[in-house]
Design a protein around this ligand. Structure first.
Ligand SMILES: NC(=O)C1=CN([C@@H]2O[C@H](COP(=O)(O)OP(=O)(O)OC[C@H]3O[C@@H](n4cnc5c(N)ncnc54)[C@H](OP(=O)(O)O)[C@@H]3O)[C@@H](O)[C@H]2O)C=CC1
Ligand SMILES: O=C1O[C@H](COP(=O)(O)O)[C@@H](O)[C@H](O)[C@H]1O
Length: 522
């Protein structure tokens, strides 16, 4: 078999099971021995839910319309307890598919919807999973490819049911065509609530499936500029000598949302912002920013380096924590009136290694703030021997804007154009919307689902990574639950508690006053 191409036509993408850009010799051999062809059954468990309709099915549709999923190979099964017909499910998701691809040809939409079948059953019901297996097998037989079937189970479900669902899959729904086919399980966050519960969940799933079959999804790892981090750091000479404690003063990793917990108050009150965003999404970003160069781009090599960073994080110092809760949060009837759950947190993490000793990683996340954005802000130290006396104009910063309006920009000091010899702050700007006008940026879920089909675990969380991540936050989370660390109130629509800005300033972050980067318009 020839190695797949990433050409632009749907037919050439059909065989695109590998990311050719990063293929090495061993991958070539693997791709020859592992043909990855044949019938593909994608099962969305929890198909009646929020994530399925908003993210999972639209991602599958986008893969289909771009030619990555083919009608002659793929079938999609929704499974949940709610009694629905095939058409009911199709109607439920139709609007969300159109929203993501408004100008798509209606025939393509209808071709995609025809691939979807719904099976109703309980999450611990042998009968339900036998019916599901029957439906999958019928599809495999119809496609005449029983010998090489691939089964992908996407658990868009609350984690409480993961163990029983996995047991049912293992008992009744495994691909029978070993070694040519496969069975893979995608699980959504949160993976547990603390170290002990995460370990218990990992042990339960680990008894049923091998690590290469388990894909713990963290959708931030599917974002374009998060995926760019390793390329940026390790393919550019610019950054190699600068990326360390000698040059960098502090790094901020920030997530801000301009809406509250609307509709998800019950879930959120149990988890809070640290479990919802910082322990997973922001910590994954930190790993990619801070890790050493991996031996190669093999998923295991990358994940080995991520684990080392996590294991080097020092215990959190509570003097470097600010927690907040927006006013009005407890008005939600599903939230307890005396809740101490943080909807905002700034937590400084410190990495005890040669590269990062003394550099604060300021992790900030909040709901109901004054803007929606996620970014990494690398602030450099002051220039020694400043002959221009330009400190007042601010420090060099390298900012990676993950969303919205993906961009990277470098804030730097230049001579103010004109006759005067004075300095101003300006920027080198790479705004994706402007630079890559012809390239639609794929949705994170789209990319990650494609990775699961390709068998590429690079952008998924390994079990030891998860353990190391929970080790960092579990003591603080328990102390918040015991009321030993309190959330302070902040106004919805604000920057969060002023104490958070004070903490960042104390850690060394110097705000540049009078300069704001404005994303360029076309
Ligand atoms: N929604 C989102 O934006 C995001 C969600 N996630 C994660 O994805 C997973 C699914 O999220 P989401 O779709 O919002 O969740 P939902 O609450 O919508 O649940 C999904 C489906 O699971 C079934 N279900 C709900 N509660 C229970 C329960 N207590 N016991 C058994 N089954 C239940 C329901 O199906 P039925 O009753 O028909 O069986 C429901 O339609 C969760 O782990 C969540 O944390 C992660 C990132 C973002
Ligand atoms: O996982 C989650 O992420 C979303 C934010 O995702 P984004 O891709 O829009 O940045 C957040 O709203 C939600 O609370 C959380 O569970």
């Amino acid at each position: 078999m020839s190695i797949s191409s990433t050409g632009s036509s749907p037919s050439s993408r059909r065989n695109s099971f590998r990311n050719d850009a990063f293929i090495d010799e061993k991958d070539v051999i693997d791709s020859i021995t592992n043909t990855e062809m044949g019938c593909l059954s994608i099962v969305v468990l929890g198909a009646s839910g929020d994530l399925a309709k908003k993210k999972t099915f639209p991602a599958l549709f986008n893969l289909f319309r771009q030619g990555f999923l083919q009608s002659n190979e793929v079938h999609i099964f929704g499974y949940a307890r709610t009694k629905l017909s095939d058409d009911d499910l199709r109607e439920r998701i139709r609007g969300y598919l159109i929203k993501g691809a408004p100008s798509e040809n209606p025939e393509i939409l209808s071709d995609f919807l025809k691939l979807i079948k719904y099976v109703s059953g309980g999450y611990d019901s042998a009968e339900g999973f036998l019916s599901l297996n029957k439906a999958i097998s019928e599809h495999e037989l119809a496609k005449n490819s029983y010998g090489s079937s691939r089964r992908l189970f996407y658990l868009a479900l609350p984690p409480s049911v993961y163990p029983s669902v996995c047991k049912m899959i293992k008992s009744y729904c495994m691909n029978q065509a070993v070694p040519t086919g496969w069975t893979r399980i995608v699980v959504e966050k949160p993976f547990g609530k603390d170290l002990a519960s995460a370990e218990e969940l990992s042990a339960q799933l680990g008894e049923l499936f091998d690590e290469p079959q388990l894909y713990r999804i963290d959708h931030y790892l599917g974002k374009e500029l998060v995926q760019n981090l390793l390329v940026l750091r390790f393919a550019n000479r610019f950054f190699l000598p600068l990326w360390n404690r000698d040059n960098i003063d502090n790094i901020q990793i920030v997530f801000r949302e301009d809406f509250g917990t609307e509709g998800r108050g019950g879930y959120f009150d149990e988890y809070g912002i640290i479990r919802d965003i910082i322990q997973n999404h922001l910590l994954q970003v930190l790993c990619l920013v801070a890790m050493e160069k991996p031996v190669s781009l093999r998923p295991e090599h990358i994940r080995d380096e991520k684990v080392k960073v996590l294991q080097s994080v020092l215990p959190i110092n509570y003097d470097e924590v600010v927690l907040g809760q927006y006013e009005g949060y407890t008005d939600d009837p599903t939230v307890s009136k005396d809740s101490n759950t943080p909807t905002f947190a700034t937590i400084i993490l410190r990495i005890h290694n040669e590269r990062w000793e003394g550099v604060p990683f300021i992790m900030k996340a909040g709901k109901a703030l004054n803007s929606r954005k996620a970014e990494i802000r690398v602030q450099f130290k002051d220039v020694p021997g400043d002959i221009f006396k330009c400190k007042k104009q601010g420090r060099n910063e390298f900012v990676i804007r993950l969303q919205p309006k993906e961009a990277m920009y470098m804030k730097l000091t230049v001579k103010k154009p004109g006759l005067d010899m004075s300095t101003i702050q300006s920027e080198l700007d790479l705004s994706y919307g402007q630079r890559y006008q012809e390239v639609p940026i794929p949705e994170a879920y789209e990319r990650l689902i494609l990775d699961t089909i390709r068998g590429d675990q690079q952008h998924f969380v390994r079990r030891d990574e998860l353990r190391a991540a929970w080790e960092i936050f579990t003591p603080l989370l328990h102390d918040i639950e015991d009321g030993k660390v309190k959330s302070v109130p902040y106004k919805p629509g604000s920057r969060g508690p002023p104490e958070a800005d004070e903490l960042a300033a104390k850690a060394g972050y110097v705000q540049t006053h009078g300069y704001i980067w404005i994303p360029p318009t076309l």
